[in-house]
Ligand binder design. Structure first.
Ligand code: IYR
Length: 230
């Protein structure tokens, strides 16, 4: 049982966390980095089913993310219904077709060439699950008054990161898909007014033959600056 106390009338509990001596800490940090570095964004999915319980736990993990004033401003819609996936694919492809054929400037299209993406999104039907993350812009109290949430973009972005790590940990793969514009998802999934689509994430096993671009992550020197003093 952890200790409890009130601070200014608000409950607090004592918190402990497993820590390690430096050699073990170094080993753990290194092995986690190597394991996370194996994660790849995938577009070739198998249609093999994934148990609902796994998706539920992945969402529970995502929902452990920190958030502004602990408002947890997110809703995760998990879709395995083939009819719904078909509608989402059709609507996404309509928007993506327009994007690839006029809406996206040439520089953007050039930047996407190494990824070989196009307007066609078969994975939206093939992957056994689609998780659509909605950001909750505000909450409405019993009196009908709206209260804006805080740092919604940051909070849900962190939750998305946790979710991708949980998917990787379950031995599954995902795609961070952002069909644009995304509002059709709120209509199809009949979300309330305070929820706006943030990310569409197909989840499943990789296809037996699964190709990913041969692209590389920036080395530490290119992404980190240390200020250590003397
Ligand atoms: N939303 C489009 C285009 C796209 C944009 C970026 I930035 C990517 O990294 C990948 C794709 C699509 O999903 O194809």
């Amino acid at each position: 049982m952890s200790a409890q106390k009130l601070i200014d009338g608000y409950p607090f509990i004592s918190y402990t966390h497993d820590s390690f001596d430096p050699p073990q800490m170094k080993a753990q940090a290194a092995s986690f980095q190597q394991w996370m570095d194996k994660r790849r964004t995938v577009r070739d999915f198998a249609d093999t089913p994934v148990p609902r319980e796994v998706i539920a736990n992945i969402i529970r993990t995502a929902s452990t993310a920190p958030s502004g004033a602990h408002k947890q401003p997110w809703t995760f819609c998990a879709i395995s219904d083939p009819a719904l996936k078909k509608i989402i694919r059709e609507e996404a492809e309509k928007e993506e077709y327009r994007s690839y054929n006029g809406r996206m400037p040439q520089e953007w299209l050039n930047d996407l060439k190494p990824l070989q993406t196009d307007w066609q999104k078969p994975f939206l039907e093939v992957a056994p699950w689609l998780i659509v993350m909605f950001k909750r812009i505000y909450e409405t109290d019993e009196g009908g008054k709206k209260h804006n949430n805080y740092y919604v973009q940051e909070s849900i972005g962190i939750a998305a990161g946790f979710m991708l790590a949980a998917i990787h940990h379950a031995g599954l793969v995902a795609l961070t898909h952002t069909p644009s514009p995304m509002n059709f998802l709120a209509d199809i999934l009949q979300r309330p007014e305070n929820e706006k689509p943030f990310l569409l994430v197909p989840v499943g096993y990789p296809a037996e033959t699964c190709w990913v671009p041969d692209i590389h992550r920036k080395p530490l020197e290119d992404v980190a600056v240390f200020y250590e003093g003397k």
